[in-house]
Structures are given as C-alpha cells and as structure tokens.
Design a binder for this molecule. Structure first.
Ligand code: CUA
Length: 403
C-alpha cells in the first residue's frame, strides 16, 4: 500500500503541470492574436508603421528566435533530466546516484562562455541599431519641441527658425508623412515618457535635459501614444497622438496655425464666452496674441523658455487653445472634441470636420477634476472654476469657434 501513494501524487502532479502548460499555450495564442490586430490595439509595438519602429522590430524577431531556441534547449534538458533521473519507488538512499559533476571546470567554462557569446552577438546588433536611430534623430528634416506637462503634451514649432516658437499646440503632434521629424523631448515639471509605439521606442522627458528621437510616419494617419513614466495622479490620463498629413495638407495645417485666433461675431454667445474666457481661463490658457505676461511655471516664476513677458505665445502650464478645434481630442487626448465626423477624412485632413462635441466640453468645464484628478496640492491640473450653466454654454460656444 505504502509504495503506491507516491505514484498517485506524481500522476496528480503531471496532470496539474499539463493543464497549466495548456492554459499558458492557449493564453499566449489568444494574446498573440490580439496584439497583431493593430486597429483594435493602437499601442502595438509589433506592427511598426514607420522607419524607426521597423528598425527596432527587425531586432525583435531574431532575438526572440535566439531566446526561443535557448528556452527550448534549457527547458527540454530540465524536463529530460527530471524524467530520466527521478526518484523511483524502489530507490534506496545513497545507492545508484548519478555521477556527480560539481567542480567540472570544462563544463563551467562552457556554460559561462556560450551565453556570454550569444549576448555579445545580440549586443552588437542592438548597439548598431541604437547608433542608426541616433543618426536618424541627428539628420532629421525638421524639428519639433515636445514638452511633457502634468498631464498633457505640448508641441512647439519654430517655423522661421528664430529660436522662438511661432506655433504652440497640445496633445496632437502634427507632422508631414514620409518625412523624418526630430522631436526634442523635455519636461516642464516631473519625469514623463514620450511613446508612440508604432513609430519609435519610448524616451523619457526629464526636467533640465533634452532627449532627441526621430519619427517617420510612412503614411498619413493617426498614431496613438501614452505617457509611460508614472508622473502623478493623472498619469493614466496623459495620452498623445501623432497626426501625419500629406505634405500639402501639412502646409495647410501650418498656415492655419500661424493665423491668429478666430474672432467671434459681436453680440453672440461666443463673444460673451470670449469675455468669460479672458477673466476666468486666460491666466493659464493662451490664445495667441492675448498678453498674459509670462505664465508661471510650476515654480511660480515666468519661464524664459516661453519667451517671458514679451512673447505672445506664452502658455505655461495649460494647453494653448488658439486652434483647439483643429485637434481630435482635449485634456491630454482623453475626450473627443467632435461628436461625429467622417473618420477617414478627419484622420487625414488638416482640420477635422463634423459636429463639435458641446456635451463633452460642457461636462469637462462643469467638473474638470472629477473627470481628470488634479495633483493632491491642487497646483497642477485643471481646477473646478464653479462656472454657472450659462457661463459654460457661452464658453463652449466660444471654444468651438477656435478652428
Ligand atoms: Cu506623464 Cu506619466
């Protein structure tokens, strides 16, 4: 009787191991099926849509192949040894032990050198790819400044190259397709991480430093991204997009951005909304040309990066709203600015066309921290201004004119 008990528990062990292995295989297959569907999973690193992401992806397959071969050899060896040298019911202690190889120098040298050699070969290809990506960034055809903020992204374009930005936007980085764009990534507060997985790897936005990477979108389209460094309470609400346009559409977009803000007609709700904006919103949010005299940074001092008091594009800690409606989303890419639009056209044209989402903007103005939490000291993020319904309606009327 006593000798059958261990066998039965072995059988149970094999059954459990088998079930777990089957579950793992099925789970992996389901995961693989999901992540190769790029439309449903826009943050997909395995479906590159630009040169830099492709260079990274080209490393993934060979490295996985090498890792897979090593995995199969090592795990296969372990399973073989477990089966071959397992303790049998008639084994007696100290009899028939396998030959002990502890201290065998040749074997130890071999299993140290072989992995080191494999890693050295992989490292050589990795380092070459890193240099290649660095070269792309240095040889970019145009450059955009990218600034991480709690909790949104700012993009600054210096089109006349006088050292000061002449277009400042937020959340949607608009670039020409089939063009290598260098992005100089910095931060206005804490460490963020800029990541558009279909176009390139992630790069941290670190206060006091500038990190440069290249983005090259093959085709016009929207490329989704997400801040990937925990940066405070609303980190998860810090998205961004790259919108790549045809070169002609990009020029159209740029011309529109360089234009001043749309002025609402006198005696309309929008005109009243503009007046409310100037008293309640303009101390943080910039509309180009309105002088708010150097919006303060998190430290409370005007930021010379923004040109200080003499620069008309100051935006500081809140997104520049001059051409708000040229974007798809607001509040760190979280909420749609349009209720409905022709997806295809909106995704590849200079200006989304459709019905502005009065409801989303209204909900936001009614209770911003309820939709997207502020910092615990309430110094960062959008506060609740306790606006009346009448003020909200007029502000929404004004904001939706800002094409
Ligand atoms: Cu910014 Cu996380």
């Amino acid at each position: 009787m006593a000798s059958t008990t261990p066998d039965r528990s072995h059988t149970r062990g094999y059954v459990i191991a088998g079930v777990l292995t089957a579950l793992m295989v099925v789970g992996t297959l389901l995961l693989l099926r999901n992540i190769t569907d790029v439309a449903g999973h826009p943050l997909n690193t395995l479906r590159p849509l630009g040169d830099q992401a492709r260079k990274i992806d080209d490393l993934v397959v060979p490295v996985f192949a090498v890792a897979g071969i090593v995995f199969v050899l090592v795990e296969g060896g372990v399973i073989f040894l477990i089966a071959r040298f397992r303790r049998r019911s008639d084994d007696a202690d100290g009899e028939g032990d396998p030959v002990q190889i502890h201290g065998n120098s040749s074997l130890e040298w071999a299993w140290t050198a072989v992995p080191a050699l494999i890693l050295a070969v992989i490292a050589a290809f990795n380092v070459a790819a890193i240099w290649d990506l660095e070269g792309d960034a240095q040889n970019a055809e145009m450059n955009v400044e990218v600034v991480g903020q709690q909790w949104w992204w700012e993009f600054r374009y210096d089109t006349n190259e006088d050292g000061k930005p002449d277009v400042i936007t937020a959340n949607q980085l608009v670039i020409p397709a089939d063009t290598t764009v260098g992005v100089n990534i910095r931060s206005n507060d804490v460490i963020h991480s800029f990541w558009i997985p279909t176009l390139n790897g992630k790069r941290d936005a670190v206060p006091g430093r500038v990190h440069k990477i290249a983005l090259h979108a093959d085709k016009p389209g929207i490329y989704e991204g997400q801040c990937t460094e925990y940066c405070g309470l609303s980190h998860g609400y810090m998205r961004m997009q790259v919108k790549a346009l045809t070169k002609a559409d990009y020029e159209k977009w740029l011309d529109n951005q360089l234009d001043g803000p749309v002025e609402p007609k006198a005696d309309t709700p929008a005109a009243e909304g503009k007046a409310i904006f100037n008293t309640k919103c303009a101390s943080c949010h910039q509309i180009d040309g309105y002088d708010t005299s150097g919006a303060p940074t998190a430290s409370g001092e005007p930021d010379p990066e923004y040109g200080g008091a003499d620069h008309p594009l100051v935006s500081g800690n809140a997104p520049n709203l001059t051409h708000l409606m040229s974007r798809d989303h607001f509040a760190g890419g979280m909420f749609p600015l349009y209720d409905s639009y022709d997806e295809g056209a909106a995704r590849t044209s200079a200006m989304p066309s459709g019905d502005p989402s009065q409801g989303e903007l209204g909900d936001w103005l009614r209770d911003p921290p309820g939709k997207k939490p502020m910092a615990s000291d309430r110094a960062r993020g959008m506060p609740n201004l306790n606006l009346s319904e009448d003020e909200i309606d007029k502000l929404v009327a004004y904001l939706t004119t800002l094409k």
